[in-house]
Design a protein around this ligand. Structure first.
Ligand SMILES: Cc1cc2nc3c(=O)[nH]c(=O)nc-3n(C[C@H](O)[C@H](O)[C@H](O)COP(=O)(O)OP(=O)(O)OC[C@H]3O[C@@H](n4cnc5c(N)ncnc54)[C@H](O)[C@@H]3O)c2cc1C
Length: 488
């Protein structure tokens, strides 16, 4: 863990530090009456389910690990990044932690959006700051709750045949609002404490009921989650070296007349500001994605090189070419990450935010080319990615000798090693977890379309036009630009 996270300027005053949860306290905190269904069954205790339980225990391990490095009791995930070093330390922490650390972006996005929301209603900023402090004291974790059911995609919220297809305010009283709707694909929804709800897109005049951002405890009356999880079912977890240990569940979160007190409401009808929170979140979401994909790129390269060596093809030119392509991919994603850190800028409140142009371009590049990198890996590895025997087969003394004999390739590469290498590649790229990853990297952070749009918005297209005009001598009186002809 990087020491820089401890040097921030935002440590709360002594006596106001709250308490960092232990892993065991975190697991206990999930037994709070939340309504979560998995595979058709409402779970009395999410930690007792084999798949969700493994995921929860992984998060618990992270609580203990972070706690042991920060004896003063303040969780570094709550440190507001003010400098480039803070930002880098945060992204390092994201890369080495479970996904709930990255999901703290939900509150960072609220903080980033606070100055703009205050222009609509100064109370929103106060409520966000108060909410942030309260969560820091309780050391809780968040889900980012944005993507609506959306119904017919060609119609706006108010024109859907069921008005709840976008989450909306259906009632209010002196204490708060009442919301109805469903949010889809909510990562870690079943295993966090707070649902940070925000509009999925900019709302227009007439759509005020849909312009709502708020925070809802997971166990609130009226909240039900239908979860999915890519953990292995009915087969030996040992044959799934990653997903057999833990996976990230997602869920559809249904809000059925949920009452939200005003102190937890951060946007309530101001359509002009409706896109501000999601936009801020998009940035944090994408930079976290780039950080993860930089690491994933290296993992893909590592698996490709190992399997090429194990198969005896690592010196063959077309295999070397494919691995070189993967190396370039991993390096460019990391370069995008570095550029978005180096080009970070400050918000009005002094918080530092990654550079939007580089973060979005890098996320787009990483997501758009990920399937090609997986194709390269499968091409190099061969069909045993799909058909390698399981660990249970290997346990059987009648089968083991055959596996030892026919999966080995050369001295130093025995059948057991090669079988396990194929298990890893299958698990991460070709099975339930691998399938989720393929869809997830494409769609997360709003999908390729969102990243293309934001990249285009921040790119200096006028400068590019000017360069083209000057290179062609199209500007009267202006010095012609030199043509970029530095190539040999
Ligand atoms: C594994 C996973 C985890 C996720 N985690 C979260 C999370 O934690 N929180 C969260 O809020 N969301 C999460 N998402 C949701 C993700 O942001 C969405 O999947 C993404 O924004 C696309 O929305 P959609 O799935 O509803 O697809 P759709 O909106 O149906 O989009 C499908 C395609 O149709 C296009 N399209 C749709 N409507 C229009 C239109 N009107 N005009 C032009 N093109 C259109 C889209 O550009 C896209 O190409 C997650 C998704 C996945 C797969």
């Amino acid at each position: 863990m990087k020491a820089a996270m401890r040097t921030g300027t935002d440590q709360p005053a002594k006596g106001d530090r709250g308490t960092m949860m232990t892993g065991e306290q975190y697991l206990d905190s999930l037994r709070d009456g939340r309504r979560v269904a998995l595979d058709g069954v409402l779970l009395p205790d999410v930690t007792a389910d084999p798949g969700l339980g493994n995921a929860a225990r992984w998060v618990a391990t992270g609580y203990d690990r972070i706690r042991s490095g920060y004896p003063d009791g303040v969780n570094p995930i709550y440190q507001i990044p003010r400098t480039v070093e803070d930002l880098r330390a945060r992204l390092d922490l994201v890369q080495e932690s479970d996904v709930t650390v990255a999901l703290t972006s939900a509150v960072l996005a609220l903080l980033t959006a606070a100055p703009r929301l205050a222009m609509a209603n100064p109370a929103y900023r106060e409520r966000i700051l108060h909410y942030f402090e309260d969560c820091r004291r309780r050391d809780v974790r968040f889900a980012e709750v944005i993507t609506d059911a959306k119904g017919d995609r060609s119609l706006p919220p108010g024109k859907q045949d069921d008005p709840d297809l976008y989450l909306r305010v259906v009632d209010r009283d002196a204490d708060g609002i009442v919301i109805n709707g469903a949010k889809f694909h909510i990562t870690m929804g079943p295993l966090v404490h707070e649902l940070v709800v925000m509009p999925t897109k900019r709302m227009k005049p007439g759509e005020e009921q849909y312009a709502v951002a708020c925070a809802v405890p997971v166990n609130s009356p009226g909240v039900t989650q239908i979860a999915t999880s890519p953990h292995p079912r009915g087969s030996d977890g040992r044959s799934h070296p990653v997903s057999g240990r833990h996976t990230d569940p997602d869920s559809i979160v249904i809000f059925d007349h949920v009452h939200v007190p005003y102190e937890r409401v951060f946007l309530d009808g101001e359509v002009e500001e409706s896109a501000v929170v999601a936009h801020s979140l998009g940035l944090w979401e994408r930079i976290n994605g780039v950080a993860d994909m930089a690491r994933l790129g290296d993992l893909l390269v590592g698996m490709a090189q190992l399997v090429a060596e194990a198969n005896g093809v690592d010196r063959i030119p077309h295999i070397k070419d494919k691995i070189a392509e993967m190396v370039i991919y991993a390096t460019l994603v990391r370069a995008g990450l570095e550029a978005s850190i180096a080009g970070a800028t400050h918000t009005e409140d002094g918080m530092i935010a990654p550079n939007e142009l580089y973060a979005n371009a890098a996320k787009y590049h990483a997501a758009a080319h990920y399937p090609v990198m997986v194709r390269n890996l499968h091409d190099i590895a061969g069909g045993a990615v799909a058909t390698a025997p399981s660990m249970a087969d290997y346990d059987n003394p009648q089968l083991r000798p055959y596996i030892d004999k026919y999966l080995r390739t050369m001295p130093g590469v025995d059948g057991y090693y090669r079988m396990r290498l194929f298990h890893l590649i299958r698990d991460v790229t070709a099975d339930a977890l691998g399938g989720r990853e393929l869809v997830s990297w494409l769609q997360s952070g709003g999908g390729l379309f969102a990243q293309r749009t934001v990249t285009r918005k921040h790119y200096d297209i006028e400068a590019a036009k000017d360069l083209a005009r000057r290179a062609g001598g199209l500007l009267d009186g202006a010095e012609p630009a030199s043509y970029p002809d530095g190539h040999g």
